[in-house]
Write a protein that binds this ligand. Structure first.
Ligand SMILES: [Ca+2]
Ligand SMILES: [Ca+2]
Ligand SMILES: [Ca+2]
Length: 460
């Protein structure tokens, strides 16, 4: 009954198919071969019997594909598809989908909607040609290919009873024709899949490489392989990330590290000047200064303390911001005579001293350029007081730029005020005069402070 059923179904199906898609069929109803491809003639019964290609052909399906015998053909189905409950069942699937766009030149005719029904035999009959009685009492196919030498061209399907050598990698027989199976529909590839007639190929997205199994993909460790980053590389799944050492920033290409120009961040980064370097920066100070502990401020070098000056032993070294001055000893010009180290006096007894300041006191000071104004910078005070006397303080000379004025702070004292911003480097000499007026004894006299002011070039 099994053979009759199979044969009957075959004839029925063949008639249907001839009627429907006769032109698509290339069944060789050869005069020399009574049965079509996928069947063999049972000489005893004279009927065409379906060949179980899954048993007959060695490697009928390769890799993870499982062979399923069909009436007149067979299918290669991914094993996991069979076990996946959500996957379309192979048996009920009109496969390939004729409704879907399908450019395959081997476009198959529609497959039967219902899978072939495989009857099972209750008892072991005597086996037909090509079959042998198995241990379970069933007739099992003899694999002639295992023992014969007909395997000379494994890539070319040879449809004979004795040995059908293996199909090319991915195909199945349907209605006696070799048909492509679209592995891509089954998610056979982990990432990218390209179906080709009789085969398929998996590939991977950028950042991945195909595993030796030719279907799964693994991340490429770009850091290890290509060293794509300028500085530091971190591998990620499917890609990688670069980072840069301190002092550098990542360029727009995501890999190159460019030096940060810290000097461009702020003009206050350094007190004097900023020098950019690859990965860092440093502050520079002008001559006469040292860089301070904070690495940004400038500190005057006291050349007089360090001894790094050119002053002679006769000179006095005067330090100021950014430089120093060797002061020659005071020379009192006639009719002045020396009174102490830095003071000259014109004696009241000397007629030549009439109308001249009684004393000239030499003083030195330094101020920084750009000092905020107004600023009290120097104080003078009468050292001797006479009953009935009063004092007038004024700038007698040296104030041509009108940067200074005198502000009297008491009857006997006054302050020199810097009124305008002053530019350096500059050396100013001001004669500050204190006029003593005593109307009681009808006396009017003056003393001078000759103040030398060293103005630095910078505001520090
Ligand atoms: Ca990666
Ligand atoms: Ca830098
Ligand atoms: Ca100095």
């Amino acid at each position: 009954t099994f053979l009759k059923e199979k044969s009957r179904r075959f004839r029925l199906s063949t008639r249907m198919l001839v009627a429907l898609v006769l032109t698509l069929l290339q069944v060789q109803w050869g005069s020399s071969q009574p049965c079509s491809n996928g069947f063999y003639l049972d000489r005893r019964s004279g009927q065409c019997i379906d060949i179980d290609e899954c048993r007959v052909m060695r490697d009928a399906c390769r890799g993870d594909m499982r062979c399923v015998n069909q009436n007149g053909g067979y299918m290669c189905i991914p094993r996991e598809t069979l076990s996946r409950p959500n996957s379309p069942p192979y048996s009920g699937l009109p496969y390939p989908d004729s409704a879907a766009p399908f450019s395959n030149p081997f476009a198959p005719p529609p497959a039967p909607a219902q899978p072939p029904n495989y009857p099972t035999s209750g008892r072991a009959p005597s086996c037909l040609l090509g079959y042998t009685l198995g241990e379970d009492g069933q007739c099992v196919d003899i694999d002639e290919c295992e023992t014969s030498n007909e395997h000379s061209n494994p890539q070319k399907p040879v449809n004979t009873l004795n040995c059908i050598s293996s199909c090319i990698t991915s195909c199945f027989f349907i209605w006696n024709q070799l048909q492509d199976i679209d592995e891509c529909r089954y998610g056979y590839c982990q990432q990218l899949c390209a179906n080709v007639p009789g085969s398929y190929s998996c590939s991977c997205n950028p950042g991945f490489i195909l595993n030796p199994d030719s279907r799964t993909c693994q991340d490429i460790d770009e850091c290890d392989r290509e060293h794509p980053c300028g500085h530091n590389c971190f591998n990620t799944y499917g890609s990688f990330l670069c980072s840069c050492d301190p002092g550098f920033e990542l360029a727009a290409d995501g890999t190159t590290c460019n030096d940060l120009n810290e000097c461009g961040f702020s003009e206050f980064l350094c007190q004097h000047s900023c020098k950019n370097t690859p990965g860092s920066f440093y502050c520079e100070c002008p001559p006469g200064y040292l860089i301070y502990e904070d690495n940004r401020s400038c500190e005057d070098i006291n050349e007089c303390d360090t001894g790094n000056n050119t002053c002679t032993t006769a000179q006095v070294c005067f330090n100021f911001q950014g430089g120093y001055k060797c002061l020659d000893p005071i020379k009192c010009e006639e009719p002045y005579i020396e009174l102490g180290e830095n003071q000259c006096m014109c004696s009241a007894d000397n007629p030549a001293c009439r109308d001249k300041p009684f004393t000239i006191l030499y003083k030195h000071m330094d101020i920084t350029a750009g000092r905020s104004v107004p600023a009290d910078i120097f104080q003078m005070q009468a050292t001797s007081r006479y009953p009935g006397a009063f004092y007038i303080f004024q700038i007698k000379s040296g104030n041509d730029g009108r940067e200074f004025y005198m502000r009297q702070t008491s009857n006997v004292s006054a302050t020199l005020v810097l009124a305008r911003p002053i530019k350096g480097p500059k050396e100013l000499v001001l004669d500050l005069e204190m006029v003593t007026v005593n109307n009681v004894i009808n006396f009017r006299g003056s003393s001078i402070i000759r103040l030398t002011i060293f103005v630095s070039e910078y505001s520090y």
